[in-house]
Design a protein around this ligand. Structure first.
Ligand SMILES: Nc1ncnc2c1ncn2[C@@H]1O[C@H](COP(=O)(O)OP(=O)(O)OP(=O)(O)O)[C@@H](O)[C@H]1O
Length: 311
C-alpha cells in the first residue's frame, strides 16, 4: 500500500501586503503522524500562511514546503496535500457525488475514490442531494471529502470546526485523530486554542504575523496559575506587582496576576496598603490565559459569554 506519510516545513516564511508584513519570518515543521494546531486571533496570518503552503499566495520571502517541495513543484498535488481553506467551493446545484467526481476527474484520480471518501465522511446517504441544501456540518464534511480524494499524506485545514455543533466538532476531531494515526501530517487552524486542545500534539500561536509559540500542547499549561484580586486600591497594587516584575493584567475592577500565589498576593496587598481585599482567588491557567500571556492581546469568541472574560 502507498505510504500516507507526509510532512510540512516552513522556513522564514514572510508575506508582505503593501507595506505590512501579515506573515513575518515564520518557521515551523509538521512531522508525519502529528496534528499541529495553528492558533491566532482573526487577521493574525493563519490563512495567509496556509495559502502560501498551497501555492495560492506567493511568499515575499522564505519557503513553504510540502514533502520537501513547493506546492507548484509537486507532480500530483492532490495526492500529496489536501486542503480545506474556503469551504467545499461546490456549485449549489451539484450533488455531493457530482462535485467530488468533477474534482477527481480534473485531478486524474480514480472515480472509486469518490465513494470511498463519501463513506469516510459519512455522506453516502446524501450523495445524490444538491449541495445547496446542505447544512453547515454537511458542507464541512464535503470539504473534508474533497481534501481526502487524493489520499494525501498532508492535510491543511483552515478552521474545520468553525460553526459546527458539539456532535459535529466531536466527529471532526475523531476523524482528524484517525487521519494522523495513519501517518499523515495535519496543520489545523482555529481562532480558539481550546478548540484544538483535545487533538493537537503541538501548538503554534501566531500574533500579528509572528510566531509567538511553537510548543507541545502539554507544556503550554504546565505550572501556571492565575490569581484574581479585587481590592480598594488596584492602582497601588498594580504598581507594587509590576515593581516585583510580576505579570498583571487589569480586567474591569479585577487584577489577573501570574507568578504569585493567592497568599503572597494577599500579603502584598496588605503590605502596600492596597486593601481591604474584596476578592482573592487562585485558579489554574486556562488556554485563553496562555494565549493572552504569549500573544499579549485577548482572543475572543464573538457573541459568547467568553466575550466578557480574558478570553
Ligand atoms: N490579498 C490581500 N491583500 C491585502 N491584505 C490581505 C490579503 N489577504 C489577507 N490580508 C490581510 O492579512 C492579514 C492576515 O489575514 P489572514 O486571513 O491570514 O488572517 P487569519 O489569521 O487567517 O484570520 P481569520 O481568522 O480572520 O481568517 C489580515 O489583516 C488581512 O486583512
Amino acid at each position: 500500500m502507498r505510504s500516507r506519510q507526509g510532512e510540512i516545513a516552513c522556513r522564514s516564511l514572510t508575506k508582505v501586503f503593501g507595506h505590512r508584513s501579515v506573515v513575518d519570518d515564520v518557521s515551523f515543521d509538521v512531522p508525519a503522524g502529528t496534528i499541529t494546531g495553528f492558533v491566532g486571533a482573526n487577521g493574525a496570518g493563519k490563512t495567509t500562511t496556509m495559502r502560501m503552503l498551497l501555492g495560492l499566495v506567493t511568499p515575499s520571502a522564505g519557503t513553504a514546503l510540502v514533502n520537501g517541495r513547493r506546492y507548484r513543484d509537486l507532480e500530483h498535488p492532490r495526492r500529496e496535500v489536501g486542503a480545506v481553506v474556503d469551504g467545499p467551493g461546490a456549485h449549489p446545484g451539484h450533488s455531493a457525488r457530482t462535485h467530488l467526481s468533477v474534482i477527481a476527474t480534473a485531478a486524474g484520480l480514480p472515480l472509486r475514490r469518490v465513494d470511498e471518501v463519501l463513506d469516510l465522511v459519512e455522506l453516502t446517504e446524501h450523495a445524490q442531494r444538491r449541495v445547496g441544501g446542505f447544512s453547515l456540518g454537511m458542507r464541512q464534511r464535503l470539504a473534508l471529502a474533497g481534501a481526502l480524494l487524493g489520499d494525501p499524506g498532508v492535510l491543511v485545514l483552515d478552521e474545520p470546526v468553525n460553526g459546527l455543533d458539539p456532535p459535529g466538532i466531536l466527529w471532526v476531531r475523531n476523524l482528524l485523530r484517525q487521519l494522523a494515526g495513519e501517518g499523515r501530517a495535519l496543520l489545523v487552524s482555529s481562532h480558539l486554542l481550546s478548540e484544538l486542545a483535545e487533538i493537537a500534539h503541538r501548538v503554534l500561536i501566531i500574533d500579528h504575523g509572528r510566531l509567538v509559540a511553537d510548543t507541545p500542547l502539554d507544556e503550554l499549561l504546565v505550572g501556571q496559575s492565575v490569581v484574581e484580586l479585587r481590592c480598594a486600591d488596584p492602582a497601588a497594587m498594580e504598581r507594587a506587582l509590576r515593581a516585583r516584575r510580576l505579570r498583571v493584567v487589569t480586567e474591569g475592577d479585577t487584577l489577573l496576576i501570574e507568578g504569585a500565589s493567592a497568599r503572597e498576593t494577599g500579603e502584598l496587598a496588605a503590605a502596600v496598603g492596597a486593601g481591604p481585599v474584596h476578592w482573592l482567588t487562585e485558579r489554574p491557567n486556562s488556554f485563553e490565559d496562555v494565549y493572552f500571556r504569549l500573544a499579549g492581546s485577548p482572543i475572543r469568541q464573538p457573541g459568547t459569554a467568553a466575550d466578557a472574560e480574558v478570553a
